[in-house]
Design a protein around this ligand. Structure first.
Ligand code: NAD
Length: 268
């Protein structure tokens, strides 16, 4: 009998929905975690999106619970962690997948947008870890996976001033947290995806404008041509990377930035 790679584990996936009907990273990750035996607590600011992820998991015979939480609100994060504990009594995996991207350089970005993107991409990750780490300490360990981006380490050709700054800070928060809580057997790692064909990117008109005068098809072509593997990745590439880091297979891996980009970072 095959035992799932997350058998008996409880996974809290933050940003477990997808803004479109296709596969976003959090949705694919939640479904994959459930297929590997985890009980998945699926949270998202978009309650219907979290419900949809849970519906897919349950349809496949997996275990999942939806919860609506806005990570820009401290109270929501506290309530989300408490609800996961009420439902399952433990948290073995925290996958912080939420992220929003604003296209623009420092001259263009408004102070309001700067603060909003930092609140969601960075402060939310800090608050989620702040509430989950004491639980993992009491349990004797756990795994935290923060979804970053290659925009944190390279200029990707798109002026993502705020987004890249939040993700670079998330990388370093990941490293310092990894070292600090390693004695508690809490591993903290990051996944750095390249550009993926997810609903978020498909809808990113600003990005398309930068690349191909608003033509999304031309944008895909340009990006595919640039990538050494000749095509963009998808949400499942991120989900499998997160699964590895979440599982005990990575029990000696912490503070890692796992780049999942078809080799494109090496060309920048
Ligand atoms: P997505 O928009 O499909 O999924 C993100 C989810 O986060 C959505 O369901 C959305 O409702 C939720 N969300 C947004 N704001 C929230 C808030 N305030 N509180 C709670 N939930 C909120 O996006 P995706 O493409 O799947 O990206 C997911 C992660 O992957 C992000 O961190 C993103 O930065 C990262 N990433 C994506 C790409 C890409 O090409 N798509 C590349 C690199 C990194």
């Amino acid at each position: 009998m095959t035992i799932g790679r997350l058998h008996n584990k409880v996974a809290l996936v933050v940003g477990a929905g997808s803004i479109g009907p296709g596969w976003g990273n959090g949705k694919a990750t939640s479904v994959l975690f459930a297929r590997e035996g985890a009980r998945v607590f699926c949270t998202d600011v978009n309650g219907a999106a979290a419900d949809e992820t849970v519906r897919i998991i349950r349809e496949e015979g997996g275990a999942a619970t939806p919860f609506r939480a806005d990570v820009s609100k401290s109270d929501d994060i506290e309530a989300m962690v408490a609800a996961c504990m009420n439902a399952h009594g433990r948290i073995d995996v925290l996958d912080y997948n939420v992220g929003i991207a604003e296209v623009g350089g420092v001259v263009d970005v408004s102070e309001e947008d700067w603060d909003r993107v930092f609140a969601i991409n960075l402060k939310g990750a800090y608050l989620a870890m702040k509430h989950v780490i004491p639980i993992m300490q009491a349990q004797g360990g756990g795994s935290i996976v923060n979804i970053s981006s290659i925009a944190s380490i390279r200029y990707t050709g798109v002026p993502y001033a705020t987004y890249s700054a939040t993700k670079a800070a998330l990388n370093h928060l990941t490293r310092t947290t990894a070292v600090q809580y390693a004695p508690d057997k809490i591993r903290v790692n990051a996944v750095l995806p390249g550009l993926l064909k997810t609903p978020m990117v498909e809808k990113s008109v600003g990005l398309a404008r930068e690349y191909a005068a608003g033509d999304v098809d031309k944008m895909w072509e340009a990006r595919n041509a640039q990538c050494p593997m000749g095509e963009m990745g998808d949400a499942w590439d991120v989900a499998y990377a997160a699964l590895y880091l979440a599982s005990d297979e990575a029990k000696y891996v912490t503070g890692l930035e796992l780049v999942v980009d078809g080799g494109i970072t090496l060309k920048y």
